[in-house]
Every structure is written in C-alpha cells, then in structure tokens.
Design a binder for this molecule. Sequence first.
Ligand SMILES: [Mg+2]
Length: 155
Amino acid sequence: MAPPFPAVVFDLDGTLTVPGTPRAAPGVVALVEALGRAGVPLAVATSAPVRSARRVLDDLGLAPCFASVAGRGIDGRYGGKAAVVGEALLGLGITDAEPGAVMLGDAPADLEAAAAHGLRPVGVAWGGASAAELRAAGAVAVLGHPDELWSLRAS
Ligand SMILES: [Mg+2]
C-alpha cells in the first residue's frame, strides 16, 4: 500500500513544538510517529540552527522519524524559508514535490515557501498566527489538531 502522503515537511517552532519552547505541541508526537510507521518520508525545515533543531527532535524522541532536517547553517547564514524548504526536500531525495506532498507550518512564510516548492500549504492553529492570516498566505487547510492531517491524505 502506498504511504498516505508522498512526503510531509514540518516547520519546527510553533508547529512541532509549543511556540518558543522545545516542548512538543499536543498530539504532534503521535502524528509524527504514525506518519513514520506508515512509511511517509518526513522532513523538518526551520529557521533555527540545524544543530538545535536536531537536539529538540532528539529530546522529543522523534529524530529517527526525520530523514531530512534543514535550517540555519553552522555559519549562521539563513537564506529564507523557501531555500530551507528546498534543502529539506533535497534531503528527502525530492527535487519537485510530488502531488499530495504537504508542508505544515504556523507562519505565513511557511505556507509561501511550501507553495514555492509545489507542496500543499497546510497551516496549524496552535502556533502564533490566526487561521485567517494562514489562509491569506495560501493555506489550503488550517489544522486545529495534528490528527486532522489524516483527512487530507492523498487517496
Ligand atoms: Mg514556526
């Protein structure tokens, strides 16, 4: 059976975690683990340094689920969210996102970056921005809880 999504890219702060903290947002660990079990290639695209992102994922026990973690480089350089999403996809071995691949984010910049790479932009309501802001930035859906992602499955 094909995985329910060809790939899912997550923003880190405010999407995988409670905004401004390294704690998992409610329901997120279960979602990531279930996607991993279903064979969905998973990536993180963050403006945080890659090393801090990996540490957060390690502490949450989620590091093994993510084949690709992209973020601010060791030199501190950050080329913008779209560049990081592109790097995250390269880490999954994908250059052009397949139809049905999704990016989850809590900020308008996440959704714009998703669209720039052909990912379905999906907002999350547990970060900083309002559902209206996220939709205005191109979100095709705004999740109130991580489990709602399953209703967007490709087939
Ligand atoms: Mg965020």
